[in-house]
Design a protein around this ligand. Sequence first.
Ligand SMILES: NC(=O)c1ccc[n+]([C@@H]2O[C@H](COP(=O)([O-])OP(=O)(O)OC[C@H]3O[C@@H](n4cnc5c(N)ncnc54)[C@H](OP(=O)(O)O)[C@@H]3O)[C@@H](O)[C@H]2O)c1
Length: 266
Amino acid sequence: MPLAIITGASRGIGAAYARELAMRGYDLLLVARDTNRLNQLAAALQKHNTNITIERQNLDLANPHAAKMLYEWATSFNRPVDLVIQNAGFGLYGNFVTMPMNKLLQMVQLHVLQITEATRLFLPDLVAQGTGAIIIVSSVAGFIPIPYMAEYAATKAYLNAFSEAVAHELRGTGVTLQVCCPGFTDTDFHHTAGHYPRHTFWPQSPEQVARVSLNALSSRRTLVTIGWQGRLAYWISRLSTKKLLLPLAARVVKPPSSYSHPPSPI
Ligand SMILES: NC(=O)c1ccc[n+]([C@@H]2O[C@H](COP(=O)([O-])OP(=O)(O)OC[C@H]3O[C@@H](n4cnc5c(N)ncnc54)[C@H](OP(=O)(O)O)[C@@H]3O)[C@@H](O)[C@H]2O)c1
């Protein structure tokens, strides 16, 4: 049985990865903070596939020690990890100058520091095995700077650049590093971010994101977009200029003047 670890598995895209991998016969290590949801998901998956084993870990990945704890937990089962899906993330929406400082710092910790450290911890084992993959769930938001989602888009831009460069270094090792860039996906993400967009631009389902991303592993592509919407976003960001795109993005994302930051579950 291959073994996969998924962060942010309690809902949305992470839970969809878990469902898809369970169908493909993977044993699963599921990580998130919401233990009830992880337990419910594990029970549902095991009902359909009694052959797989599922372990769960309650871990706040915005904790500065989280990457090390994640790696130590994953390796405590004394078996090779075949697939590491770094999916946990959250959005922040609104004027940067009024954004809560604690959430801003948690986002850098979760999206940038934790993923960088975990990637550095897991990669040597995968390279020694000569097989396996890491999927980093980023976003089309990383293709251009986005006013009113400034930090979120910047952290995803970091993940895109980081993943593409490291993937290049990994050529010939047998290890794949994929950066998966979904567009607008129908999950709790927007509600948590306090973002109720006027335009949703053909939302994708979390199942579609997980399926396309996992299928793309066989081609070893690094940057994976989802559907025609993703390809369109990619090519617009390549062919257009920031001078044109920034005001357009600002117009689409700009919060109403009455907007205030919602209380955070984090
Ligand atoms: N939805 C979209 O439109 C969209 C588009 C592009 C990219 N993405 C990316 O896709 C990924 C998954 O988002 P989603 O849409 O599935 O959102 P979601 O439904 O809100 O799920 C987010 C997941 O991340 C986990 N998480 C958040 N903060 C965490 C923390 N500090 N420690 C551990 N786990 C944490 C949550 O689990 P707990 O709350 O249980 O901890 C949850 O399982 C994110 O990286 C997001 O940036 C989403």
